[in-house]
Design a protein around this ligand. Structure first.
Ligand code: GTP
Ligand code: MG
Length: 307
């Protein structure tokens, strides 16, 4: 723990493995880091596969490093069941930061037999926060509820779209557009970027009438860094808005409340599972099938028997 707080990447990596497993040990670690958490600024960046999120993150990291900030990046890879090693795209995209002690990059799988490793992402973000990183960037493709939930833990959510993919429609369907604080039209070197930007602006104009924060739409070319300075400015503008309007505190309060509920849920589940093996479960199922019991009175009994 001490070594991790001093910025030892190997030590941080070991603590991340602890955070990836549900249970007592994780809870103890989270208790330990809790007093140190709350200084970092959390950025969520999401968009369809291949829109250039990692390239953009790489450029943002470069920019923030130039200003002297330490940056932690957590990339959720929906296709990988594994965690730990950076997946190919990110490794290539963010390689130039690999030897920088002020940049920590971690990739986490979100699929696979173990299921939902990425659920640990918000905990990993907290750890990096505790370890003194000023900005924590969470990259996800925003597919599926668990990914949306992760992005929602960010203070500022950036949604990346590209021209010529019809992404806007896909993302609106997934209900992700609504959580965007800043919209980025990346690959604006390609045809249709202006059109997409205008479409987004119109959509925002209609949907955000009278809102205290109207999301800006920015054009970038992540590959050569065009527009990244404007993106960082927009980010800082949003942070300023959150601070001055009291919205940051509101968001953080909501997050803490969710965290408490989640911890209660996890603990209850852990204890119930401990008391309920497969055979016992089968006995209950038999009782329900035979019409002798119902699932709800059984659940009540299990919860009541816990204490
Ligand atoms: N033309 C053009 N290509 C870009 C731009 N930004 C990124 N790319 C390319 O788009 C491809 C995907 O970039 P990534 O940064 O890996 O995209 P990603 O959104 O992180 O992809 P996933 O993590 O797999 O979802 C790469 O080949 C990049 O070089 C851009 O502004 N213009
Ligand atoms: Mg990526």
């Amino acid at each position: 723990m001490e070594r991790a707080l001093k910025g030892d990447f190997v030590a941080i990596g070991k603590l991340i493995s602890v955070l990836e497993k549900e249970g007592e040990e994780r809870r103890e670690l989270l208790k330990e880091i809790a007093p140190l958490v709350g200084k970092a600024y959390y950025i969520g960046i999401t968009g369809a596969p291949g829109v250039g999120k990692s390239t953009l993150v790489d450029k943002m990291v470069g920019f923030l490093r130039g200003e002297g900030y330490k940056v932690g990046v957590i990339a959720i890879d929906p296709s990988s069941p594994f965690s730990g090693g950076a997946f190919l795209g990110d490794r290539l995209r963010m390689q130039r930061h690999a030897t920088d002690p002020g940049v920590f990059i971690r990739s986490m799988g979100s699929r696979g037999a173990l299921g939902g490793l990425s659920k640990a992402a918000p905990y990993v973000a907290k750890l990096l926060d505790a370890c003194g990183f000023d900005f924590i960037i969470l990259e996800t493709v925003g597919a599926g509820q668990s990914e949306v939930d992760i992005v929602k833990t960010a203070d500022t959510v950036i949604i990346v779209l590209v021209p010529g993919m019809g992404d806007e429609v896909q993302i609106i369907k997934a209900g992700i557009m609504e959580i965007g604080d800043i919209f980025v039209v990346n690959k604006s070197d390609k045809e249709g970027a202006q059109k997409l930007t205008r479409e987004l602006e119109t959509w925002i104009e209609l949907g955000y009438k009278g809102a205290s924060w109207v999301p800006p739409v920015l054009m970038t070319i992540a590959e050569n860094g065009t527009g990244v300075d404007k993106l960082i400015n927009a980010l800082k503008g949003h942070r300023k808005y959150l601070l001055e309007s009291g919205e940051l505190e509101k968001r953080r309060r909501k997050r803490i409340a969710e965290e408490i509920s989640k911890a209660v849920e996890d603990m209850l589940k852990e204890r119930i599972v401990k008391n309920l093996n497969k055979e016992q479960m089968n006995l209950y199922v038999d009782l329900v099938l035979n019409g002798k019991r119902d699932p709800y009175s059984i659940a009540e009994e299990l919860v009541n028997n816990l204490y």
